[in-house]
Design a protein around this ligand. Structure first.
Ligand code: 5GP
Length: 237
């Protein structure tokens, strides 16, 4: 597969066209951003770590029957994915209270959420990804009710698979964000799953081992991602 022109440069990944109209190449860069791009830093090894991490998780999800855009890892920092028509809605499931939920509702960080919560956000940097709901998504044409129902069902299926995977590594999957798109009319998981877009705590000590280390200036960001990867069986070579 031949790489063609850059289509889009996000905050941490760049997307390239290929000679095949149905496939794209994702390039995971070392760049890290927080607070809608207000803070940007380059962290050595991040591109490679997240590319390997994402490939492993996407393979686990596919093995559990969840449709994903992931095709194969191409190099240390690149992967081939199916070209999706992206739905501009972020799906968030929370198993424990943290981050935006704590800020918004004043609940205690770490409180168990039974049942886990499901939230929708509009993917829009300029508006700081505002929270939306099914009604707004339908009215403004971001997604149909049937698509939203499928996205919600898939997001919870991902929770069942990954909560267990991380638990086996002595980790709590606190919350995570997923993005979906359409491939030949089917809802498919897109974007990435890495410690950039989820919260993971050590199950015993509740030490934060995800992007909150960067957001909160705790240091050891990539070392924490590697530690999580090692515990769940990701290979970084
Ligand atoms: P919160 O709403 O608490 O800020 O985020 C909930 C979860 O979704 C966290 O795991 C967070 O990392 C992830 N998340 C939400 N929005 C984004 C986003 O725009 N980019 C990334 N990388 N993760 C996000």
């Amino acid at each position: 597969m031949e790489q063609r022109q850059e289509l889009y440069a996000g905050k941490a990944k760049s997307v390239f066209a290929t000679d095949d109209p149905d496939h794209l190449i994702l390039h995971f860069r070392d760049d890290t951003s927080a607070f809608d791009g207000e803070r940007m830093e380059s962290l050595a090894r991040k591109g490679k770590v997240n590319n390997c991490f994402n490939a492993y998780i996407m393979e686990q999800l596919a093995a559990a029957g969840i449709p994903t855009h992931f095709v194969q890892r191409l190099s240390d920092t690149e992967s081939v994915v199916k070209k999706l028509d992206m739905i501009p809605v972020e799906c968030v499931v929370r198993n424990l209270a943290a981050g935006g939920l704590v800020k918004r509702l004043g609940v205690e960080e770490g409180q168990a959420l039974n049942p886990p919560t499901f939230e929708l956000f509009l993917k829009n940097d300029a508006l700081h990804d505002p929270m939306i709901n099914e009604s707004l998504a339908e009215t403004f044409g971001w997604a149909t009710p049937a698509q939203l129902a499928e996205m919600k069902a898939l997001t919870f299926r991902v929770n069942d698979v990954l909560k267990q995977l991380f638990a086996d590594g002595g980790l709590l999957l606190v919350d995570y964000k997923l993005e979906f798109g359409l491939f030949q009319g089917e809802i498919v998981l897109g974007d990435e799953f890495s410690p950039d877009g989820c919260r993971l705590w050590d199950a015993k000590t509740r030490e934060k081992l995800d992007k909150d280390r960067f957001r909160q200036g705790l240091g050891g960001v990539i070392e924490a991602y590697e530690e999580v990867g090692r515990r769940i069986g990701v290979r970084f070579d």
